[in-house]
Design a protein around this ligand. Structure first.
Ligand SMILES: *Cc1c(COP(=O)(O)O)cnc(C)c1O
Length: 410
């Protein structure tokens, strides 16, 4: 389905808007452009479309439609969850992890500057959390535990059901950033047991600029965007009708594609990853093989700069990324890979490939043909390369040892 000369492996950054989704939303930009809150008949089908979309997204996560508040994006949903928990409980401490999306990392740092306390839970070299540390971090003044379900950089999954049960036993609200999960994992908020959950439509083949926050029935909630009575008083602002309709249709598609993501896409990802690790020496996977999203692969190639690899991939028509799109432009290594204990050099040589339902065998074949020679070419001129003739200062033995430890750490 990709255009010729365009190979997209960055589905965790954003996804192509599905043609079915465009078709569903268009009438709400052309014929049905009214305000759904208006009283006249013209507004009725528009309000009805918003409520139908609410049912569709609720079905995706097994929630009651009344528990869904549409927001402007995943970032807003996460910010709103933190804000509401702090304001409704009056407590001043939150627990989150060192590997969250920048939405949480930067909101947490903002809170710290305002005199709140944040516990940043560490992860091990495979990207896993220690739940005993999480349990110890919960205090009487803890307002919220917010732990992402699937990491956007590595695809590593956290055991949200266990975490939510722990929070419940301690009487603390539990939120999860589930933005990366639709279409890839089965989502059942009752089974998960969380109080709040965030999604963003552009990660599931709908447009950017629309998200949702699930708020469990009877959870006290204080809006973050304060204004009109839209969204049952949970989020002010005239509804983004066309995008909401798009989100609803995309939710249906995500449900119907769950099997494909977990069979065909997973097999493509595995073939890509296994082949790259086999044919490129001094390479390793970042993060546990399982449990992991079926579409994501984060790979380290020693002695190269990811930015240079990405530039050459781009020239070949391949879109991939180093870490998250939200941190592109900063030269610091990924905060996720750093938290996993990767040495800066290895983190800076790491690339993320995230696949989706529009990827084909031919896409992967093309990547497998292009990437290995690019890495080889860059290594040949790399001052980091111990075999490079100009390199005298580099400690080869230490680098190899680090490499070996990392390979076995799962
Ligand atoms: C993309 C993403 C977000 C942010 O969603 P936006 O709609 O772009 O604000 C939050 N969390 C995770 C895990 C993401 O991948």
């Amino acid at each position: 389905m990709s255009a010729p000369g365009f190979y997209y492996f960055d589905n965790n950054a954003t996804t192509r808007v599905a043609p079915e989704v465009v078709e569903a939303m268009l009438p709400y930009l052309t014929r049905y452009w009214g305000n759904p809150s208006s009283a006249y008949g013209f507004a009725h089908p528009i309000a009805a479309a918003v409520e139908k979309a609410r049912e569709q997204v609720a079905a995706l996560i097994h929630a009651d439609p009344k528990e869904i508040a549409f927001t402007s994006c995943g970032t807003e949903s996460n910010n709103a969850a933190f804000h509401s928990a702090l304001v409704t409980t009056g407590r001043r401490h939150v627990v989150t992890t060192a590997v969250e999306h920048s939405a949480n990392i930067n909101f947490g740092q903002y809170l710290e500057k305002r005199g709140y306390e944040v516990t940043w839970l560490p992860v091990d070299s495979a990207g896993a959390l220690d739940l005993r540390l999480l349990e110890k971090a919960i205090r009487p003044d803890t307002a919220l535990v917010s732990v992402m379900w699937a990491n956007n950089e590595t695809g590593v999954l956290f055991p949200i059901q266990e975490i939510a049960a722990l929070c419940r036993s301690k009487g603390v609200l539990c939120h999860t950033d589930a933005v990366q999960t639709p279409g890839k994992l089965k989502i059942d908020v009752r089974e998960l047991g969380v109080d709040m959950l965030s999604l963003s439509a552009h990660k599931l083949h709908a447009p950017k600029g629309i998200g949702l926050l699930y708020v469990k029935k009877r959870t006290r909630f204080q809006p973050y965007v304060i204004g009109g009575h839209q969204e049952r008083g949970r989020r002010g602002g005239t509804e983004n009708v066309a995008n909401i309709v798009a989100f609803g249709r995309a939710a249906e598609l995500a449900l119907s594609r769950l099997d494909e993501e977990n069979t065909r896409v997973r097999a493509l990802r595995d073939r890509m990853e296994d082949t790259l690790l086999r044919v490129i020496p001094q390479s390793a996977r970042n993060g546990a093989r399982e449990p992991r999203l079926p579409n994501t692969s984060n790979l380290a190639f020693d002695f190269v700069e990811a930015e240079a690899v990405l530039m050459l991939l781009d020239q070949a028509g391949i879109c991939a990324s180093s870490g998250s799109a939200c941190t592109t432009g900063s030269l610091d290594p990924s905060h996720v890979l750093s938290a996993m204990g990767l040495p800066p050099m290895r983190a800076r040589g790491s690339l993320r490939f995230s696949l989706g339902v529009y990827n084909t065998d031919a896409d992967v074949e093309y990547l497998l043909e292009k990437l290995p020679p690019i890495v080889q070419k860059l290594r040949a001129i790399s001052p980091l390369n111990p075999d490079h003739p100009d390199n005298t200062a580099y400690d080869v033995a230490a680098a190899r040892k680090k490499h070996a430890t990392h390979q076995t750490a799962e």
